[in-house]
Design a protein around this ligand. Structure first.
Ligand SMILES: Cc1cc2nc3c(=O)[nH]c(=O)nc-3n(C[C@H](O)[C@H](O)[C@H](O)COP(=O)(O)OP(=O)(O)OC[C@H]3O[C@@H](n4cnc5c(N)ncnc54)[C@H](O)[C@@H]3O)c2cc1C
Length: 434
């Protein structure tokens, strides 16, 4: 399948309308054997395939739709090298010996994204001007500055900002302060995903769209520990190892996996391009931004000076403009100087939230690796998964930094709509009164 708009399965969004064309990735029609089969062509699957192919491994990526159809082609494009948990909290959770390599991998994950963009000449409008995390209340600013200090202790250049400094950078007086994480940046995420697909192909990987894996089972006849995947096209893939990289779009393929994840929608709106004078006063240096509440809002400008605002996840797919109205109200409250705004794009995608807010790597059977649960922070993280998984799968000597855990379904997962609705209501109460 090509990214020709007449055949692309991309949902409509700002990114789909402005992305570079992707490489040709036709459905897999003939059965084949490979070292590694990767299921899912988002950041996780494509970064894994690229790094495996660079190590000389034969690898085939299949996607039920096309590269970037999932969250990778629909997100906010904010490249943030952080987890939901702060570094000191990770040390408390995992102990220093296990936590420090994890913190180091996460911290270097944005470097990895921008290095790959440079090395493979990926045309995805990269800007590396940092991420601003902003708080409305002075007491929350203290918490953000404490977070910044934890990273500073680890050598990360950060800035702690008061209300005036935020107003100068962001163009609004709505915030009491915040911090700047200078490792972070912004990209056009669908172009980045397509660039990864192109780079993986150039390195020798195969990438196939329109090829859903409908079943996965041990290849008993060969008795060799291989796995056999059957595709929606009727072809099969026999592989020594399989990487499941389906995140928020995980289905029932692997027993119990789907019920380890709460899959909520995150929504984004994008305005028409602002005038140069208007754009110059808002996030003038190209920073990305988000608020520090539990139900956070994230915003940035794109390369044409549009303002993007994203936030709040619900389970159901968006039905109409009213699903997006809280985002539009938020933009207009933050930047009243812009007057009424014209909106050109509204879209949504699914994030995969885990119970412990940690990414989940599972190895539920010999030869099977699962990498899911990016909790809305996947651009840098999933790219980093790919690099480290490729090393692990090919016997690399470097320590694998991400914790490996058993698959543990969330009790009563069938009630996830209720969990999410209750979580949204509870968090919005805490954000207001907590
Ligand atoms: C609206 C939104 C905004 C976000 N904003 C940000 C942000 O600003 N910064 C950030 O870092 N992160 C952000 N995220 C999170 C980030 O986009 C995700 O963490 C990341 O894209 C996950 O990548 P992935 O490769 O693991 O999964 P995905 O990109 O979701 O890809 C999974 C793929 O698996 C395929 N698939 C599923 N089942 C099968 C099957 N049986 N056979 C074959 N293929 C299958 C799907 O078709 C899909 O293409 C956001 C997410 C959303 C939805």
């Amino acid at each position: 399948m090509t990214s020709d708009p007449t055949t692309s399965t991309q949902p409509s969004s700002l990114w789909a309308a402005t992305a570079v064309a992707g490489p040709d990735t036709p459905p897999l029609l003939e059965s084949r054997e490979v070292d590694v089969l990767v299921i899912g062509a988002g950041f996780t699957g494509l970064s894994t395939a690229l790094h495996l192919a660079e190590r000389g491994t034969s690898v085939c990526v299949v996607d039920s739709q096309e590269p970037g159809w999932g969250a990778s082609g629909r997100n906010g494009g904010q490249v943030n090298p952080t987890l939901k948990h702060d570094p000191d909290e990770l040390v408390r959770m995992f102990g220093e010996r296990r936590a420090e390599p994890l913190i180091d991998a996460v911290s270097k994950s944005a470097d990895l994204v921008f290095d790959l963009i440079k090395r493979h000449d990926i045309d995805c409008k990269p800007v590396r001007s940092g991420w601003l995390q902003l708080a409305y209340a002075p007491k929350d600013v203290e918490g953000l500055h404490a977070r910044a200090k934890q990273w500073r202790k680890r050598g990360v250049p950060v800035e702690m900002l008061d209300s005036d400094a935020v107003a100068r950078r962001v163009g609004t007086r709505a915030f009491a302060g915040g911090w700047l994480d200078s490792r972070a940046g912004a990209i056009q995420p669908l172009s980045y995903t397509r660039g990864l697909a192109q780079a993986a192909l150039a390195a020798g990987a195969a990438v196939h769209s329109g090829s859903a894996v409908t079943s996965l089972s041990p290849q008993v006849s060969k008795g060799s520990g291989k796995w056999l995947a059957t595709l929606s096209t009727g072809a099969t893939v026999s592989a020594d190892r399989v990487v499941i990289a389906t995140n928020g779009y995980t289905g029932p393929l692997w027993p119990g996996l789907q019920s380890t994840l709460l899959t909520a929608n995150s929504f984004i709106v994008a305005t028409a391009p602002l005038s140069r004078a208007e754009a110059n006063d808002i996030l003038a240096r190209g920073e990305t931004a988000s608020t520090s509440q539990r139900l956070l809002l994230y915003f940035r400008k794109d390369s044409d000076g549009r303002l993007l605002m994203g936030g709040r996840g619900f389970f159901s797919d968006p039905k109409n403009a009213s699903d997006f109205s809280h985002l539009e109200r938020s933009l207009e409250l933050l930047f009243p100087q812009l007057g009424p705004l014209k909106y050109e794009y509204r879209w949504a995608g699914r994030i995969a939230v885990t119970r412990d807010f940690m990414p989940h790597i599972h190895e539920p059977a010999p030869g099977i690796t699962v990498a899911v649960g990016c909790n809305g922070r996947g651009i840098a993280l999933c790219t980093s998964f790919g690099k480290h998984l490729a090393s692990r799968l090919t016997g690399g000597t470097d320590e694998f930094p991400y914790p490996i855990s058993p698959i543990k379904p969330i009790p009563m997962h069938q009630l996830q709509r209720l969990y999410i609705a209750a979580g949204v209501a509870w968090y919005s109460l805490l954000d207001r009164f907590g």
